[in-house]
Design a protein around this ligand. Structure first.
Ligand SMILES: [Zn+2]
Length: 91
């Protein structure tokens, strides 16, 4: 049986952009201090979300892709913090 596995990318705001967002102001989406994280081994969207909340509380959204070794698989879903967070461990 194949193990469920996704690739995920998450956008994490720098403190400055986060503070703009907290004040409901526009932040620079191309800011180079903000980070994109990439994970190759996501198998549970709920624990991945919890991991981001713990380690990278400034995350704003993450994209989930079909995992294909060495290639970019199709995008399966996109989740936004506080808006449409995952409700189950799978897409
Ligand atoms: Zn920034």
């Amino acid at each position: 049986m194949a193990t469920l596995r996704y690739r995920a990318t998450a956008k994490v705001l720098c403190d400055e952009c986060q503070s703009q967002k907290d004040q409901k102001r526009r932040f620079d989406t191309k800011c180079t201090n903000c980070k994109w994280l990439r994970y190759e081994n996501v198998n549970n969207l709920l624990t991945f979300r919890d991991f981001l909340n713990r380690q990278f509380p400034n995350w704003v959204f993450f994209n989930v892709f079909k995992y294909i070794k060495g290639k970019d698989g199709e995008r399966l879903a996109s989740y936004q913090k506080g808006k449409n967070e995952p409700t189950s461990k799978e897409v």
